[in-house]
Design a protein around this ligand. Structure first.
Ligand code: M6R
Length: 364
């Protein structure tokens, strides 16, 4: 069942490029997303004046990344809420709010309750779900199925990637039907999205290199993941993965916010994984990396291939292939998943079944 892989997690990391293609390609019609077969009418995408995303855990991190690209493309206000918080709030949503509900299992109780609340406010819901026929899929107004195949490891990997691919497709279709993109712009968006698939493959092929990179992490009690903008949202997922399967305390931090207190925690005992793939804020993030380096941190820096940084800034510099900034999440996610995976393996832990966790959280 593991196809020769020692753990399901490593198998599922390797399955991501295929899962991405399975999710993206059937939705393309003349090179642009078409959600007709999903039963998602354009009117729903056209009519809303804001977007609300609800989800938990990794799915919520996919939602945070989605917010960061949906809002500037569509020029629509978009918010992300933790489902377990949202369900007890009095949200300002109505029939003009498109609610995107994200869940791999489709059974997470808080996400389900958040969706029920949204529906009771007459907000149309689109559930981005992996498991066919799950409760969230059945109760949502519309469903966009991700085609990741079964995900067995408790740590979510391929589900995250396909959730993001789905959200990019929804974003692109929305931009098209709302007149933000014409045919050519929508096709260019999809082309750039597809270029991220071989980029992710390249990273996964080089996974043994990441094994070597994480040896200093294994002996650490704490670690930080930093970045700005989209990179910050990726760092949230990187920190969650590391905590979940290696039991190393990890915190994701918006790089520019460190100096407002948290930098006091940085020392030579605290590795920092810094993500800097977004051109417009690259220099700003790098200057934050200099600040942590000056305090002795062991720095693992993740950038695109062409990034120029001074010698000595990073103890380890992992470069991902050159793709559009908007889509760097796919190769970056693979790096972050592999860092967590090899930290867990290095500590001799049960990668697939971390303590205190279940694959599907059906209790409050
Ligand atoms: O099935 P869901 O996507 O609704 O699950 C949500 C979270 O419980 C899940 O993503 C969790 O955070 C993962 N185990 C993290 O790897």
């Amino acid at each position: 069942m593991k196809n020769g892989y020692p753990y399901f997690m490593l198998k599922e990391i390797h399955e991501q490029p295929e899962a991405l293609k399975n999710t993206i390609l059937p939705r393309l019609n003349k090179g642009i997303p078409d959600l007709t077969d999903d039963g998602i009418p354009d009117e729903i995408l056209k009519g809303c004046s804001r977007i609300q995303i609800v989800a938990c855990g990794t799915a919520m991190h996919a939602g945070m990344a989605a917010r960061a690209f949906l809002e500037p493309v569509l020029r629509l206000p978009a918010a992300v809420s933790i489902a377990s918080e949202f369900r007890y709030e009095t949200p300002l949503i109505d029939e003009h709010t498109l609610v995107l509900v994200i869940s791999q299992s489709g059974e997470t109780i808080d996400t389900l309750a958040a969706m029920r609340l949204a529906r009771s406010c007459h907000a149309p819901t689109i559930a981005v779900v992996n498991v066919k026929g799950s409760t969230i899929a059945r109760e949502s107004d519309y469903v966009f199925y991700t085609h990741a195949g079964p995900e067995i490891a408790v740590a979510s990997t391929k589900a995250y990637s396909v959730q993001l691919a789905s959200l990019y497709l929804i974003c692109c279709r929305m931009a098209y039907v709302r007149g933000v993109y014409d045919n050519i712009q929508a096709a260019e968006f999809v082309k750039a999205l597809l270029e991220s698939v071989p980029a992710m493959e390249t990273v996964i092929r080089g996974h043994e290199m990441i094994r070597e990179a994480v040896s200093p992490l294994i002996h650490s009690r704490d670690a930080f993941f930093i970045g700005r903008g989209l990179d910050y949202t990726f760092s949230l997922e990187g920190a969650l993965k590391l905590k979940e399967i290696s039991y190393i305390h990890a915190e994701a931090y918006a790089a520019g916010e460190l100096k407002h207190g948290t930098i006091a925690l940085i020392s030579d005992q605290v590795p920092v994984i810094a993500i800097a793939t977004q051109e417009h804020i690259f220099a700003k993030t790098i200057s934050n990396v200099r600040e942590v380096k000056a305090r002795g941190a062991y720095v693992i820096l993740l950038t695109k291939e062409s990034a120029m940084v001074e010698d000595g800034l990073a103890d380890l510099h992992i470069r991902i292939p050159e793709i559009a900034d908007r889509f760097t999440v796919f190769p970056i996610a693979a790096v972050l998943q592999l860092i967590a995976y090899y930290a867990s393996v290095g500590k001799g832990l049960n990668v697939d079944q971390p303590r205190n966790l279940a694959k599907s959280v059906t209790v409050e």
